[in-house]
Ligand binder design. Structure first.
Ligand SMILES: NC(=O)c1ccc[n+]([C@@H]2O[C@H](COP(=O)([O-])OP(=O)(O)OC[C@H]3O[C@@H](n4cnc5c(N)ncnc54)[C@H](OP(=O)(O)O)[C@@H]3O)[C@@H](O)[C@H]2O)c1
Length: 312
């Protein structure tokens, strides 16, 4: 029998889990194998993983029993939920609790939970610097995951809490031509640093956490690739894209009124990162991340490798 450790990867057809699945597949002598979990084992993304050697297994975050079956015999579980698909804190938290309980029921040795800050620990609901959303949250897609950390502790799941950061891939959609034709990058961050990361590096860093063994169980690991000011990011993009990119420091209220689904949540998120810059940046130690993932990309490296993906 093979003594390779199976990692059951939720979100394997997506950005974070896909990065982890490929990191394991790219390291065939690393001692780990991938079990890619998906609702749809016949999708193109699932087929591509199977062709690369991953075991592909059906599972649904809304169905705890399907997770218990899919986790059976696995050493590790990578747990991620997709708030932007469900748009519901209650549903995302129920999914997180399913991951936690199913991991314990299946006897998994190490869980990585992809999480974010519960911003209400910094800004109380009655603080009117930013609006309260859905009566109970400041940044619903953050608060939801941060509060769900408690489900892992409650279930007794051996968990590493991986606090992620802004994916630079968001920038593909964020550049908009202004009236003069210059590409505007409108974000309410003032002169504050924005921890950001290539989505691929979330997976590579999670792989580094599994490779550490038990060392980081019970710990919180904040990750980022770099902590850059928006003006610095705009300057790098201008150079790489060969076209001027201009940082526009819009007020948070203006960003919240942009009208796309979740604009209020995202506006509050950037305001939180701006107002609590020291804590938010301080929770993501680049030296620790590099020790887990020596190939961690800089923003410039990432932008050069991905410049054809910008919608401009
Ligand atoms: N964008 C950012 O800057 C950023 C930064 C930090 C954190 N995040 C968080 O990242 C999360 C999304 O992660 P991502 O970007 O890696 O995902 P993604 O690329 O949007 O893909 C979503 C993944 O989730 C899986 N999934 C969704 N619902 C499922 C269900 N009911 N059962 C099983 N699998 C399910 C999908 O699998 P199938 O469709 O194959 O079933 C897919 O693999 C969000 O919660 C967001 O808040 C985003």
């Amino acid at each position: 029998m093979s003594d390779e450790k199976v990692i059951a990867v939720l979100g394997a057809t997506g950005a974070q889990g896909g990065g982890l699945a490929r990191a394991i597949l790219d390291d065939p002598d690393g001692g780990f194998t991938v079990r890619a979990l998906t609702r749809n084992p016949d999708s193109e993304a699932a087929k591509a993983l199977r062709e690369r050697g991953a075991e592909v297994v059906a599972a649904d975050l809304d169905d705890e029993a399907s997770l218990v079956a899919a986790f059976a015999g696995a050493h590790g579980v990578f747990g991620v939920t997709n708030y932007w698909e469900v748009f519901s804190v209650e549903r995302e938290q129920a999914q997180a609790a399913n991951i936690a309980r199913a991991s314990v029921r299946a006897g998994v040795r190490h869980v990585i939970w992809s999480t974010l800050e519960d911003t209400r620990k910094w800004i109380s609901l009655d603080d009117d610097r930013m609006p309260t959303l859905a009566e109970q949250y400041k940044v619903p897609h953050f608060d939801s995951k941060g509060e769900a950390d408690g489900s892992f502790a409650e279930a007794g799941a051996p968990t590493t809490y991986l606090a992620t950061a802004f994916f630079w891939e968001n920038l593909f959609q964020m550049l908009q031509p202004g009236e003069d034709g210059v590409l505007d990058l409108a974000v309410p961050m003032g002169d504050a640093r924005l921890p950001g990361i290539a989505a691929k590096d979330v997976g590579l860093t999670a792989y580094g956490v599994f490779k550490r063994g038990d060392e980081l169980i019970g710990s919180r690991v904040g990750i980022a690739g770099e902590h850059l000011r928006l003006a610095e990011m705009a300057a790098t993009l201008s150079e790489v894209l060969g076209q001027e990119v201009r940082y526009v420091d819009v007020p948070p209220d203006v960003f919240r009124s942009f009208g796309f689904p979740g604009a209020d949540d995202m506006g509050n998120m950037f305001q939180f990162k701006h107002d609590f810059e020291e804590d938010y940046v301080g929770a993501r130690d680049l030296t620790v991340v590099r020790s887990l993932n020596p190939d961690l990309q800089t923003f410039e490296d990432w932008a050069r490798a991905n410049k054809d993906r910008f919608q401009i």
